[in-house]
Design a protein around this ligand. Structure first.
Ligand SMILES: [Zn+2]
Length: 409
């Protein structure tokens, strides 16, 4: 197959040849006899989007059985407790499968989902393990053992984490800011880091998702990651308390973060909505220090977090929306920052997920790519350009027709 006249990551127009599911050639190419040709029309081609942080077990449940009327995190937990009663393997698979197809339609091919494992029966995890297998030809699904109600603060919390590891999660999670005490916070991270190291798994921790400037789970996570040599296998998600840390503490912390080389995922859409709720005024923004982390050379990605569930009553899974809002929220609206922002949902999360060996538009790699209905990322972002083709191993797995607007005056 020859894809003609496309701008790879915004570069000058070129052609791409795909053979046997891999990128065979990139450059100015002539069609071979009988070769299938796709006319790119000068459009933008990117490596597929990578969703680094979503909760597929709770997705598509907003309003079922009741709506979150206050919009708060706490009422979200109450609404979820109601919905959780009717959880079944079929229910989780149906909703998560639908959400994944939406994500793929919007350009994703890799998704990391947290899965609540503070459930003695691990229903959601069993469902998502099955789905990971069933959809493997279309999407790379990574699952995180996410202890929503704590490891040390939930009955048999440690045993459930080990059971989740036995069932085949890709990543070990933790939730240090939710544990009963500071001591539990530290010991839960010790436990999680050692479990990940022993089992050779990745880590992704819901870390300091709170406006409390005294929430210091991140320093423990980064120190253990550094000492155990886990570094790039570890992701700290949310870290919203960092938005409340004082400058002296942050400066000290940054040295450790650079040594540890851990990854970060900010969830600007959901955090701007859920954090800062207990403040009167002035009201904090409740988002981690994306700009400062990026400037320090750390790997930062943007996640969707919640898709139409008790914590986010809106949302389709379209990652473009997170970048669009995220740039406003993190005040990264400089021209070059906007041009580079596709990296928050492509190369950066690919690194966090540890999939870079098979990721990117390079000869010899799997022919995974998306074509957007715009010439540049700047325009694609601004106009919410649809992904007109999502190709995996050279095969079209999702398509959206270009939008045509007409004005009658
Ligand atoms: Zn989350």
């Amino acid at each position: 197959m020859l894809i003609r006249d496309v701008r790879i990551e915004g570069a000058e127009p070129a052609d791409i040849r795909v053979e046997d599911g891999v990128f065979a050639e990139v450059g100015s190419l002539e069609p071979k006899e009988g070769e299938e040709i796709v006319d790119g029309g000068g459009r933008l081609v990117l490596p597929p989007f990578v969703e680094p942080h979503v909760h597929l077990d709770t997705c598509l449940t907003a309003g079922d059985p009741e709506w979150n009327q206050s919009g708060t995190l706490f009422e979200g937990i109450e609404r979820w407790a109601q919905r959780k009663e009717s959880l079944s393997v079929e229910d989780v698979k149906a909703r998560a499968g639908k959400a994944i197809r939406q994500q793929v339609a919007f350009g994703a091919q890799a998704v990391r989902s947290h899965v609540d494992v503070t459930d003695p029966n691990l229903i959601a995890l069993r469902a998502l393990v099955e789905l990971r297998e069933e959809l493997a030809d279309y999407v790379t699904l990574q699952l995180v053992a996410f202890p929503q109600e704590g490891i040390e603060s939930f009955p048999n919390g440690r045993a459930l984490m080990e059971k989740a590891a036995d069932l085949g999660v890709d990543c070990i999670g933790a939730i240090p800011h939710f544990e009963f005490t500071r001591e539990y916070s530290v010991s839960s991270l010790d436990f999680a880091c050692h479990l990940a190291a022993e089992r050779g798994l990745l880590m992704d921790v819901h870390c300091d998702e709170i406006d409390d400037p005294e929430s210091h789970g991140l320093e423990t996570l980064a120190a253990r990651a550094y000492e155990l040599g886990l570094g790039e296998k570890v992701t700290a998600s949310h870290t919203t308390a960092m938005g409340s840390y004082n400058a002296a503490y942050f400066t000290r912390l940054l040295r450790l973060l650079k040594l540890a080389k851990i990854n970060f995922v900010a969830n600007p859409l959901v955090n701007i909505h859920l954090q800062g709720r207990i403040d009167t005024y002035p009201k904090r923004r409740g988002v981690t220090r994306v700009k400062e982390l990026v400037e320090a050379g750390l790997n930062v990605s943007f996640g969707y977090d919640d898709i139409f569930d008790p914590w986010n009553p809106l949302g389709t899974g379209n990652q473009r929306d997170v970048v669009y809002a995220g740039l406003y929220i993190t005040q990264m609206m400089g021209y070059q920052q906007i041009c580079d922002s596709y990296r928050f949902i492509t190369h950066n999360p690919a690194r966090a997920l540890g999939i870079t060996d098979s990721y990117g538009i390079e000869v010899g790699k799997p022919a995974n790519f998306i074509i957007l209905d715009a010439e540049t990322w700047y325009d694609a972002l601004n106009w919410s350009a649809p992904v007109i083709g999502n190709y995996r191993a050279g095969k079209l797995i999702a398509a959206t027709a270009p939008v045509e607007r007409e004005v009658f005056f």
